[in-house]
Structures are given as structure tokens and as C-alpha cells.
Ligand binder design. Structure first.
Ligand SMILES: NC(=O)c1ccc[n+]([C@@H]2O[C@H](COP(=O)([O-])OP(=O)(O)OC[C@H]3O[C@@H](n4cnc5c(N)ncnc54)[C@H](O)[C@@H]3O)[C@@H](O)[C@H]2O)c1
Ligand SMILES: [Zn+2]
Length: 366
């Protein structure tokens, strides 16, 4: 028997001209067919997934679609960020366009952020746009990539340079899919959860350490609660700034330092690990500027450690990181823009942080 606390949670996203639900719960894949049919009815549905996710979760989705009287047309691409390219999508377009579809045929993206971004891009461009459904299967894609409508692929000159905004009609976050996720990927998603509380919810931050322990043990009730809380935070930020003109920049907390660390390490630090280090550095910069206390800085570092993410041990040269930060795309009018907490639960945008402060912040990660 299922406990009430494990019931499905729904977060509503309300944009100016488009509204949709994010449903969060465990074993939702089993009923995904019915859920999707109720929102975007069609006898056929396209499914984009990757080889790893296909192994674990595609059969369940296809069976659930069939049960709802829907024919699934799957396309599976190789797993990993290296395949997030236009070239990978060419055979996918071939598969989908030879299936006699029309503009009402939905596309379901089953996978992590790579599949979500690529699936959204295909949905935005196929027949000039078909309905899009996201079934995120990594913690990062549940709490971050599945909200906001950013889609796209990488180019040799940079990440996510080809793409479009395309909002989903429905997002189904089945936390039971996280049972097959490698632990390092799970921890990476926790970095974004910590980020959300630091930028928006100081009260929840106080409860977070216990929740992190449960999340790390893949407790499905705790994960349902954590994912619902985090999509709600991201949804509120995106609703206020759908095209990333202002406060959506707050989501980049930890990312100015983080992107530099990720790049300088040639991606041997994962995105989540880099952001974890980046948040420690940003908190240190805030402390130096008198914006937060040493105690708050210590609480942030402790939370990152609790999530089994790195907060020190960095050996990358400071000069290299400073240089890379200058090339970060979040640079506004020649100045490096930092998102810094002035208390746990609130951040401000600062473009006047002295080089000396940035260097000391990096040194604090040694
Ligand atoms: N659109 C946005 O707003 C947004 C936000 C953040 C990140 N992103 C994008 O998301 C991508 C990163 O996403 P990610 O971290 O989810 O990476 P990913 O999609 O590459 O998934 C990580 C790995 O886990 C595997 N995997 C996924 N789900 C699994 C499961 N349930 N069980 C077992 N294995 C599973 C995948 O096959 C892959 O090998 C980046 O390309 C980034 O640009 C987009
Ligand atoms: Zn991130």
C-alpha cells in the first residue's frame, strides 16, 4: 500500500502565454501513457532517449504508452554530452519524419538534461514545432533542466549555441528512475538543490542536511519532496523572467567560478562538483565583502560536504581560472558578474568585485 506522503505532487508553471504541470512522484512511468494522452492526445508519440536510459527505462515507457493505445516511435542516440550535436540529430529527424506524423504528434524526451535539451530542440523545429513532453531521469534534469524551456545542442565553438526556447506541455519527474542513476550524477543534482535554497529559501536550507542524507540513500519519499520543492523554486524564477533578462541570472550562483573550474579541469570535475566548489568560492567572496558572516560561509561549506560534494582540494592555477572567468558568457559590459548571497536565502548581482577578492575566494578552495 502506498503511503499518502508519497502521493504525486504537482507544480504548476504559469508563463504569460503557456501553462503546464510538472508532476513529481515515484513509479509515474507506469501511468505516463494515460497522463500524456490526457494532455496531448495522439495515437502516435515520438520518443527520444539515449542508450543508457533506454536500457533501464524505455521498455516501461513504451509499455505504458501501448496500454494507453498509443504507438511509440522511439529514437535512441548514444549517451553523453559529446553526442549533443546537430549531427547526432540527423538520423533522428529521418526516423521521426518517416513515421507519418503531423503537428499534433507529441515528442517525449526520456533522459537527462542532454536528452531534454535535444528533445526540446527537435520538438521546436520538427514541422516547425510539435508538442513536447519531458520525462527527466537525472536529478539535475528534474530540478533544473526540465524547467525554463531552454533547448538546444552544442557547437564546436561552445555549449548550447544552437537552440530555441520551447516550453513543454507536461513534465513527469519519476523519482524511481533515480534508482538506476550513478551516485556521482545524483550528487551533481544535489549541488543545484543546495543552490536553490541559498538563492531563495533560507528556511528550507535549515532543514536541508537531513533531506540530503535521505536523498543520497535514494529514499523515494524524500526525493519526491526535494524535487517538488526545487522545481517550484526554479519555476518561480523562470515565471518572473522567462527570457533570462534579469533575475533568472540568480540561478547562476556558483556558476561563474564553477564554469571556470569545469573548463580548467577539462571536465574532470563534473558540472555539479564544479558548481559546489563555485558556491564555496562565491560564499567566501561574500564573506570578504562583509555581506555574510563567517558562520554563514561555514554553513554553506558544511552543506556541500554533507552532499558528498567537494569544497576544497582544488589544485588548478588561480591565474588560469581568473582568465577563464573573463571569457565566461555571463560577463556584462566587460565586467565579471557575480551572484553573491547577502544572507542564506537571498542573493544580489555584483559586477564590482575586486580581483583581489576573487583570488582569495579561489585560494579558499585549496
Ligand atoms: N535547459 C536547461 O535549462 C538546462 C539546465 C541545466 C543543464 N542543462 C543541460 O543538461 C545537460 C546535463 O544533464 P545531465 O546531468 O542530466 O546529463 P546527461 O543527460 O548526460 O545524463 C548523465 C548520464 O546519466 C545517464 N542517465 C540518465 N538518466 C539515467 C538513469 N535514470 N539511470 C541510469 N543512467 C542514467 C545518461 O545516459 C548519461 O550517461 C547538459 O547538456 C546541460 O547543458 C540544461
Ligand atoms: Zn548548473
Amino acid at each position: 500500500m502506498r503511503r499518502m506522503s508519497n502521493a504525486m505532487r504537482t507544480v504548476k508553471v504559469q508563463l504569460h502565454n503557456h501553462a503546464y504541470d510538472i508532476r513529481v512522484g515515484s513509479n509515474l512511468l507506469d501511468s505516463a501513457g494515460e497522463m500524456i494522452r490526457a494532455i496531448v492526445p495522439s495515437k502516435k508519440m515520438l520518443v527520444l532517449t539515449d542508450s543508457q536510459v533506454a536500457k533501464h527505462h524505455l521498455p516501461t515507457l513504451v509499455a505504458s504508452l501501448q496500454q494507453a493505445g498509443i504507438e511509440a516511435i522511439p529514437a535512441t542516440i548514444p549517451a553523453g554530452e559529446t553526442f549533443k550535436t546537430v549531427e547526432t540529430l540527423l538520423p533522428v529527424f529521418d526516423t521521426f519524419l518517416s513515421a507519418r506524423i503531423d503537428r499534433r504528434t507529441p515528442l517525449i524526451a526520456l533522459g537527462g538534461g542532454v536528452i531534454g535539451d535535444m528533445g526540446g530542440f527537435v520538438a521546436a523545429t520538427l514541422l516547425r514545432g510539435v508538442p513536447f513532453v519531458q520525462i527527466p531521469t537525472t536529478l539535475l534534469s528534474m530540478v533544473d533542466a526540465s524547467v525554463g524551456g531552454k533547448t538546444g545542442v552544442n557547437h564546436t565553438t561552445g555549449k548550447n549555441l544552437i537552440g530555441a526556447f520551447h516550453q513543454p506541455h507536461l513534465v513527469i519527474a519519476d523519482v524511481a528512475t533515480l534508482q538506476t542513476l550513478p551516485p556521482r550524477e545524483l550528487k551533481g543534482g544535489l549541488a543545484e538543490c543546495i543552490k536553490h535554497d541559498i538563492i531563495r529559501d533560507g528556511e528550507h536550507f535549515k532543514l536541508l542536511s537531513g533531506k540530503l542524507d535521505l536523498a543520497l540513500s535514494v529514499d523515494l519519499i524524500a526525493l519526491t519532496d526535494l524535487v517538488a520543492h526545487n522545481v517550484a523554486i526554479k519555476a518561480r524564477v523562470v515565471e518572473a523572467d522567462p527570457f533570462e533578462k534579469a533575475e533568472r541570472a540568480h540561478l547562476n550562483f556558483g556558476h561563474t567560478f564553477g564554469h571556470a573550474i569545469e573548463q580548467a579541469s577539462s571536465y574532470s570535475y563534473s558540472h555539479g562538483e564544479s558548481v559546489a566548489l563555485g558556491m564555496c568560492a562565491a560564499a567566501h567572496a561574500s564573506m570578504q565583502l562583509g555581506m555574510i558572516s563567517a558562520d554563514d560561509h561555514a554553513k554553506i561549506v558544511a552543506m556541500i560536504t554533507r552532499a558528498q560534494l567537494p569544497s576544497n582540494g582544488l589544485t588548478l592555477p588561480t591565474d588560469n581560472l581568473i582568465r577563464l572567468m573573463g571569457f565566461d558568457k555571463k560577463v556584462a559590459a566587460g565586467k565579471i558578474r557575480f551572484i553573491l548571497p547577502d544572507r542564506i536565502g537571498h542573493v544580489v548581482i555584483r559586477d564590482d568585485v575586486a580581483d583581489e577578492v576573487v583570488r582569495k575566494a579561489i585560494e579558499s578552495l585549496r
